[in-house]
Design a protein around this ligand. Structure first.
Ligand SMILES: [Zn+2]
Length: 360
């Protein structure tokens, strides 16, 4: 993640800290009245973040049991993120992975409460003086983390728990849709409470973030499920034009203006060499002039994909490389062009079909 630095590697997982975290610790320590208060604040925040790290490790180690590696864990002032390579799609596995984090907080809170009891502190006393003692602070911190994470809204763990439970009896995409709508409902309630009751801009901001994250989870899962089972050849454009490296940029511009193709495969001696995207063409016209050869601005880092590939895989490649169009080959021959525009049209058709099947 940007603006974060590695602090150590634990169980093969890179643990990073966002730069805003030490800034926050310093800020809170600075705003204390005396050095004792400052020291206590630093200890509290560091230990609380150790708890966040343990929570994220809970997710990561549970995912590892199902063969899913974790790239990194990033600690932010608002909490942590464990970046799993993917989420398990088997509902029972997702349930275990989602619950593994909050379980860590249950264990920590229970342990701290037991320690406090041994020291003669009752739960009521602990809640009353959470701002004075280290253990009391950690107890409340862990309970808050547990409560917050179990709110049934993406991207919180509770949203995944809800989806996993729904997916045990419903198709995955439908379970995601319902879970994300419930999550957005919660976000709306929080936003309204933030505006009218608690007058807290922070709560409104968090609610807005949850609302958008829930919508995004739904969109990604919907796209994947609509694309699943289809090959690249089902969505590619077969009527397209290509150009040669020796052609002038003006020739490509004329082709673009004459039709609705925006990205052109570029050939050299009949063989695929790269792609000429509209933005590169315009930039080339401005910087190199209309008589410059296409070969000067062609992008050679766009690898062709195979017509037999699953569309889902092609979509991931295009998303990762930010390509608007990729060439499609079959037995080494250029046979089509896969564009995001075409794919979104296919998605609309597929979704309309599925909805129709749903109501019928
Ligand atoms: Zn979690």
């Amino acid at each position: 993640m940007r603006w974060s630095f590695r602090i150590f590697t634990l169980a093969g997982i890179r643990v990073e800290m966002h730069v805003s975290f030490p800034v926050m610790v310093a800020w809170f320590a600075w705003s204390q009245h005396d050095s004792r208060g400052a020291l206590l604040t630093v200890a509290e925040l560091l230990l609380m973040f150790a708890c966040v790290l343990l929570h994220e490790l809970g997710h990561a180690l549970a995912a590892r049991r199902y063969g899913i590696p974790t790239r990194e864990i990033v600690l932010l002032p608002i909490g942590g993120v464990a970046k799993l390579e993917r989420m398990p799609e088997k509902p029972a596995q997702e349930l275990v992975v989602a619950l593994a984090g909050p379980s860590v907080n249950v264990i920590l809170a229970t342990g701290i409460a037991a320690a406090l009891l041994v020291m003669g502190v009752t739960p009521e006393q602990a809640f009353a003086r959470a701002d004075q003692g280290l253990l009391e602070f950690l107890l409340i911190g862990n309970l808050m983390m547990l409560f917050f994470n179990l709110i049934p809204a993406f991207p919180m763990d509770g949203g995944r728990v809800l989806r996993a439970l729904l997916a045990m009896s419903l198709p995955y995409a439908r379970a995601t849709r319902i879970a994300s709508q419930i999550g957005q409902g919660f976000a709306l309630v929080f936003a309204l409470a933030g505006v009218f009751v608690l007058r807290s801009p922070l709560l409104v901001f968090v609610a807005l973030f949850v609302f958008m994250a829930a919508g995004e989870e739904r969109a990604v899962v919907q796209t994947r499920s609509s694309l699943s089972g289809l090959p690249v050849s089902a969505a590619m454009v077969t009527a397209f034009m290509s150009i040669e490296t020796r052609h002038e940029l003006q020739y490509a511009a004329d082709l673009m203006l004459a039709g609705d193709q925006q990205d052109f495969p570029v050939l050299e001696g009949g063989r695929y060499l790269g792609m000429l995207a509209r933005t590169d063409l315009i930039k080339g016209l401005r910087e190199e002039g209309p008589t410059a050869p296409v070969g000067r601005v062609v992008r050679t880092d766009v690898e062709p994909i195979d017509a037999a590939w699953p569309l889902e895989r092609a979509w991931q490649v295009m998303r990762a490389g930010r390509h608007a169009a990729v060439p499609v080959v079959m037995r080494g021959q250029l046979v089509g062009l896969l564009t995001l525009e075409n794919m979104s049209e296919l998605l609309m058709v597929q979704e309309a079909r599925q909805r129709h099947a749903g109501v019928a």
